[in-house]
Design a protein. Structure first.
Length: 113
């Protein structure tokens, strides 16, 4: 499985961005897909996940601001990020899980205060 994350960039505090993660292979619909992030000097942190049934889970720091979704026909997962804060600045990684876990290369989100 190969994962390609995109959509990062520079945004002002209060703004929005949408990240995408596209997976190769034919079993995307079976995967639990997740977003993690890692800020400079910090541990990698769970952001959100969506399982094959569409059930979602969020880290406490992003609840109410971020929305995870998936389009199985496009083998793509999304993360809509609204009301961004300076503390959301990080490299965002997507992860797929079906027995084994695979990671994408990361996309940088920078929120200016």
């Amino acid at each position: 499985v190969q994962l390609q994350a995109s959509g990062g960039g520079l945004v002002q505090a209060g703004g929005s961005l949408r990240l995408s993660c596209t997976a190769s292979g034919s079993i995307f619909s079976m995967m639990t897909m997740s977003w993690y992030r890692q800020a400079p000097g910090k541990e990698r942190e769970f952001v959100a996940s969506i399982n094959k049934r569409g059930s979602t889970d969020y880290g406490d720091s992003v609840k109410g601001r971020f929305t995870i979704s998936r389009d199985n026909a496009k083998s793509t997962m999304y993360l809509q990020m609204n009301n961004l804060r300076h503390g959301d600045t990080a490299v965002y990684y997507c992860r797929s899980l079906v027995v084994l876990a695979y990671w994408g290369q990361g996309t940088l989100v920078t929120v200016s205060s």
